[in-house]
Design a protein around this ligand. Sequence first.
Ligand code: GRF
Length: 213
Amino acid sequence: MRNKIQLLLQLGILISGRGSNMESILSAIKKRKIPINPAVVISDKPNAKGLAIAKKLGVQTEIIDSANYKGKRQQYDKEIISILRKYKVTPTNGLVCLAGFMRIVSPHFIKKYKNKILNIHPAILPAFPGLNAQKQAIRFGVKFSGCTVHFVDEGVDTGPIILQEIVKVSNRDTEKTLSKKILSKEHQIYPKAVELFARKKILIKGRKVKIQD
Ligand code: GRF
């Protein structure tokens, strides 16, 4: 069993709060839909709600409190990397999912885990990158919005796009109602993207991703 687990790809999930995307990925793994071992969930906030969910699902958790690393992004990320390595989430045998992780990751971390870090963003990129994407969409008056799973590169929400899903925006939508609609799509495409990655179906060419059947 131990050997089997070590051969599997190792997953690290980084969170800051609620952890509903993390939960959707962990649930899919539990249902054996994704061949990956959920090695560790790391939070930068000691009170992140997602920590209790991860524990309940039997996944190891770690806290690296960002309050202790003000202005020290690279040092913080070195600590993350050492925790990931402790759980065997390495650049060669690992995948890192940012799931509501409210920090910008350093170029050092991105270079080390090149094309091994995924993120989910609550908009159809390249529209509305950065914070408060749903609010930006409502303010702009778009008729459709949605969510995007992408690889993390050194820009803000600019990496190669893996999957997107759209939702219709009605006149009555508020930031809150739109966020809810988008979130239910996030919970579908994030586990799907992790599955595609784990099954080695993702091919990256430049900034384009090709999904193999
Ligand atoms: C999601 O809307 C995600 O798209 C964004 O942050 C939110 C995290 O929610 N990056 P949760 O913690 O996964 O519930």
